[in-house]
Design a protein around this ligand. Structure first.
Ligand code: SAM
Length: 348
């Protein structure tokens, strides 16, 4: 099966049965080989540099009711908040001093943060931080809204497709949410010129190996600049409260597959991975990830943006814990860098 790994490294693609063999492989030698090959490819493209992005969770109000998500509209236990523009700018100022050159504005689909307001907020950040990248992760919008944010100065957009399989999409979302819309949004984002990120939760309820193969083949075709892969973790106040978490091993296999498929992609070792295992972040990096996204939200709202159980936002997951993060990474011979970390810029 090592041959499959070699072929994926050389050709950046495998037939479906090749992906299946890797996703179901339990041979520790093959898995170590897969991770090692992915790590080599990341090292060849980025050296031992890990890019940091400051994550600002701008609102936990959401019109959607995704069955997996802790900030879904139907969770009446959440204390809702939305950050003001000035608070967001303050987060950016603190982040800038710490060395962040990418700010990620993430939030629920909150009508009170109108497109005028988002456009104005992006423009304000762009005006004050001309050397920084602005990433948005604010869900589904119209093409015109995406264009306005882009022209105001946003450079990147993260929108996970969550699952490519239509029936599985239905199992994860209520009927009013349409997968076609999400895929259309991704297409628009790319056409407009955003560095576009997509991805999935690993081990979401009902997910099968066949679904994962569909996701892999979609990501192969779509060729996103960023790929976000993290384990599903249940949240107590959602319909999926009793479902098991996704597996770390399956997440690592997928990280490695995507690194070999898209050598230059920006792939985070996600907070969900770091939440599930104390060494999750490091294992993600050793499987080919090259980005971390420490939390730059105001401390008093971090607990309220609880997408899943015990979501990590302290220590090395926090912007103010950058020194601890750097230490953890240096223990595995990597280092934080403060460059913007744009796609396609860092081929060594
Ligand atoms: N509203 C925006 C959107 O839909 O893209 C951004 C916010 S949304 C909360 C960000 C991501 O959180 C989702 O794409 C989903 O994959 C992830 N997420 C939500 N609930 C999760 C859970 N229980 N476990 C792991 N990841 C989860």
């Amino acid at each position: 099966m090592k041959i499959g790994v070699d072929r994926l490294r050389q050709e950046h693609s495998l037939p479906p049965e090749g992906y299946k063999a890797l996703l179901t492989c339990r041979d520790p030698d093959v898995l170590s080989y897969l991770y090692a090959q992915a790590r080599e490819v990341a090292l060849a493209n980025f050296g031992n540099n890990i890019y940091i992005r400051g994550l600002i969770e701008i609102s936990n109000c959401c019109r959607n009711n995704c069955y997996y998500c802790g900030i879904r509209k139907g969770n009446i236990q959440v204390e809702r908040y939305r950050l003001s523009r000035e608070t967001i700018l303050d987060c950016c100022r603190q982040g800038y001093k710490l060395g962040f050159r990418t700010f990620v504005l993430q939030g629920g689909e909150d009508a009170a943060q109108s497109s005028d307001w988002i456009e104005g907020t992006v423009a304000a950040i762009r005006g004050e931080f001309p050397d920084c990248a602005i990433t948005l992760s604010l869900g589904e919008k119209s093409r015109e809204e995406y264009e306005r944010f882009f022209h105001a100065g946003a450079n990147r957009y993260l929108l996970r497709h969550e699952t490519y399989n239509k029936e599985h999409y239905r199992q994860l979302h209520p009927a009013e949410m349409r997968q076609d819309t999400r895929l259309q949004c991704l297409q628009w984002l790319k056409e407009i010129g955003y560095q576009t990120g997509t991805g999935i939760m690993v081990g979401s309820p009902g997910q099968t190996t066949e679904h994962l193969i569909e996701d892999i083949r979609f990501i192969e075709r779509f060729s996103p600049q960023m790929i976000g892969i993290g384990p599903f973790i249940p949240h107590p106040n959602t319909p999926f409260t009793g479902s098991p978490s996704g597996s770390i091993e399956q997440t690592l296999r997928l990280l490695s597959i995507f690194r070999l498929m898209h050598p230059q992609a920006l792939i985070p070792a996600t907070t969900a991975l770091a939440t599930l295992a104390a060494d999750g972040r490091e294992r993600g990096i050793l499987a080919g990830a090259n980005v971390v996204m420490p939390n730059l939200s105001p401390q008093e709202v971090r607990g309220k943006y609880e997408l899943y159980n015990n979501k990590a936002s302290l220590g090395a997951e926090a912007a103010e814990g950058l020194a601890a993060l750097d230490q953890q990474l240096s223990a595995i011979s990597y280092r934080i860098v403060t460059d913007r970390g744009d796609f396609g810029k860092y081929k060594l």
